[in-house]
Design a protein around this ligand. Structure first.
Ligand code: SAH
Length: 204
């Protein structure tokens, strides 16, 4: 079923062979509630705990490909959720730091990762709006929730040459890629319309 899913994603335009091999390898059904498990290899988002969703495989593959990962790249993910995207990054040998603001999901995914032997560098319970300055700068930052605007902190935590992949917008989001060219210059690319649950800021 995973091979078939990878074929579907390739037909939809995902061309990166490493990303497709991650889709073939990572057992998505284990990241989902048992009531949806049987649908895990459809190219669809599904509910997880705390009113959140596991992203659609196409979206995971699309965002991952935009990072242009190399082994040992240091990646910050905002929105751990089910951990599926995290596991895809780990399969591609990234060093992953991932932040989740819903305590229930943070706990659930932390326990699941231990059980499965997945080893991100850090899973953090907190507000991804602020990024993770103490661990940066990063080769890539991946935001997996819809951001009303681009958090400045995330731009500042990119290495020169680093990539920020962020869906920007309120109801629909435009997938946006920023590549840091120098301390002050960023190249910006807009890459199509997607739908995400919202990136929420902790106002405290
Ligand atoms: N990568 C996840 C996507 C989950 S949906 C997966 O495929 O399973 C997006 C996640 O972002 C949700 O779990 C939500 O709680 C989280 N989120 C929203 N705002 C956030 C913030 N400011 N900081 C960290 N996580 C946030």
């Amino acid at each position: 079923m995973r091979n078939k899913l990878a074929d579907v994603l390739a037909e939809k335009g995902i061309a990166d062979p490493a990303v497709l091999s991650a889709i073939r390898a990572v057992p998505r059904h284990l990241f989902m509630d048992s009531s949806f498990e049987g649908h895990a290899y459809q190219d669809k988002a599904f509910p997880i705990a705390a009113d959140q969703t596991i992203s659609q495989p196409y979206t995971v593959a699309f965002q991952t490909a935009l990072l242009q990962l190399k082994p040992d790249h240091k990646i910050l993910e905002i929105g751990t959720g089910s951990g599926y995207q995290t596991a895809v990054l780990l399969y591609l040998k990234a060093k992953v730091y991932s932040i989740e603001r819903q305590l229930e999901l943070f706990k659930k995914t932390s326990i699941f990762f231990k059980k499965m032997g997945y080893r991100p560098k850090k899973l953090i319970f907190g507000d991804g709006y602020k990024g993770l300055p103490q661990e940066g700068p990063f080769d890539g930052i991946l935001v997996t929730a819809g951001a009303p605007e681009v958090p400045k902190a995330l731009m500042s935590q990119l290495k020169i040459g680093g990539r920020l992949v962020i869906p920007v917008g309120i109801n629909n989001q435009v997938m946006t890629l920023f590549i840091r060219k120098s301390a002050k210059e960023f190249e910006k690319k807009e890459l199509g319309s997607f739908r995400f649950v919202p990136l929420l800021e902790n106002k405290n």
